[in-house]
Design a protein around this ligand. Structure first.
Ligand code: SF4
Length: 431
């Protein structure tokens, strides 16, 4: 098969893997225009020092022996199949790299023949790149669940980052929708990567010694193909961050690609807003010291689609506010909608030298429009004293946002609007 045809087939099959930062981004590029992240197979990721790098995103093969219900590449689908050779992937990467199109490679794969064989092919590819071609660019590679530990370790010494995809948020769903996968095999490489990385930390520093997965590991969960609540998904992420020191959990709104009685109908829209809320909650876990139990309770296990999780928490805990910007601790400031880690740091630094005024807060990066209901500055609350949290909800939701949500107001959406009185909102906005 011609290399161009292989690229076409495998780039198409790779686009459902979102374990890199720009995958799934919709854009309006057309043939003949520039900047497409969808068709050309270029994606983005972040290096340990925070740099955004563009990666050549390839699927080694889509000729899978497994039959996961939710996957376009499952063996029962009649789609064109293709497999690169290790040399082809290495040559392609070097071609793109030398022309300055990319800074690295994102290499994933379906399971061809068996997990060990697939992993050996990936190792061979990375060895050609690293050892024969001297490629020192960034490599993100998929750890193949079920592959021998020695192979996973060998792969990890050739890559910068590895991802082990959890795919579905519970063992039950995994058993039902990915019957060929052993849930144990999914978590085993994750544990191994954590262990080997920890062992490495205690080894004496040797110059030019190979480093094991220096940019850490990540995972991906598909959202909306199975019935788990938002709370159970956030809880899994929290556990993964704590237990395996994951760098990122990526959430992928399920795009119905297969007609299957166990899955949402093919006409179902991907739950993009839910995916967005999950990323916001994930941010709260990683940078704002929130726990899952604070973000979502057992009584209300799904997101309020009208409010972001931080604003939702603040409104539900309105008795804790307003906080005085002059005296509040860093952690208290972090809980205020409109104040992020950077602006909270700015406040703490600035108030050592002078008394803060409302005009100072804007300069320090606070989004006053959001923070005004939750802060006090010079003994005054910028929005005046508001006793009714529902009024704040109304104010925080823009009319435009409300209209969009109302249009998509499915049954599950309205179930999630715990604090929100639609009639009241319409009345308040019409005044
Ligand atoms: S293992 Fe499952 S999810 Fe992965 S490519 Fe094969 S069918 Fe798709």
């Amino acid at each position: 098969m011609e290399l161009e045809r292989k690229i076409e087939i495998l780039a198409e099959s790779a686009k459902y893997d979102v374990s890199c930062s720009s995958s799934g981004v919709e854009n309006n590029t057309r043939q003949g225009t520039v900047g497409s992240t969808q068709v050309s197979g270029i994606c983005h990721s972040f290096t340990p020092d925070g740099r955004c790098v563009s990666l050549l995103k390839l699927l080694f093969t889509n000729a899978c022996i497994f039959d996961c219900h939710y996957c376009i590449n499952r063996k029962s689908n009649a789609i064109p199949r293709a497999t690169f050779t290790p040399q082809e992937v290495a040559d392609l990467t070097m071609d793109f790299y030398l022309r300055n199109y990319i800074e690295g490679l994102f290499l994933s794969s379906a399971i061809i023949k068996n997990p060990d064989y697939t992993c050996e092919l990936l190792i061979k590819t990375l060895k050609i790149l690293r050892e024969e071609k001297g490629f020192r660019g960034y490599i993100h590679v998929k750890a193949i669940p079920g592959a021998d530990e020695k192979l996973i370790e060998e792969l990890g010494f050739l890559a910068d980052r590895m991802s082990v995809n959890v795919e579905l948020p519970s063992r039950e769903s995994l058993k039902l929708l990915a019957p060929d996968k052993d849930p144990f095999d999914v978590y085993k490489p994750m544990k191994q990567i954590t262990t080997v990385k920890k062992e490495q930390e205690f080894l004496p520093m040797v110059r030019n010694a190979p480093s094991f997965v220096p940019a850490g590991q990540s995972t991906q969960m598909i959202i909306g193909a199975s019935p788990e609540s938002d709370r159970s998904i956030v809880k899994i992420s929290e556990n993964l961050y704590q237990k395996y020191q994951l760098k990122r959990v990526y959430y992928s709104a399920y795009i119905p690609v297969n007609q299957d009685k166990l899955l949402p109908a093919v006409t179902t829209d991907p739950p993009l807003l839910r995916e967005h809320r999950l990323y916001q909650a994930d941010w709260l876990l990683r940078y704002y010291k929130f726990t899952t139990d604070e973000i979502l309770s057992e009584d209300k296990p799904n997101f309020n689609l009208y409010l972001d999780p931080k604003a939702n928490w603040a409104v539900q805990n309105y008795q804790r506010f307003p906080v005085d910007v002059q005296t509040a601790s860093y952690d208290q400031l972090l809980r205020v909608p409109g104040i992020g880690p950077k602006s909270a740091q700015n406040i703490v630094k600035a108030r050592k030298y002078y008394r803060l005024h409302l005009t100072d807060l804007k300069k320090l990066g606070i989004v006053i429009k959001r923070a005004q209901y939750f802060i006090a500055c010079n003994h005054e609350t910028p929005a005046g004293l508001i006793k009714d949290p529902e009024w704040i909800i109304t104010s925080l939701i823009s009319s435009k946002q409300y209209e969009v949500l109302k249009k998509h107001n499915t049954q599950s959406t309205s179930e999630q609007l715990s604090l929100f009185d639609v009639e009241r909102f319409e009345h308040a906005k019409s005044r």
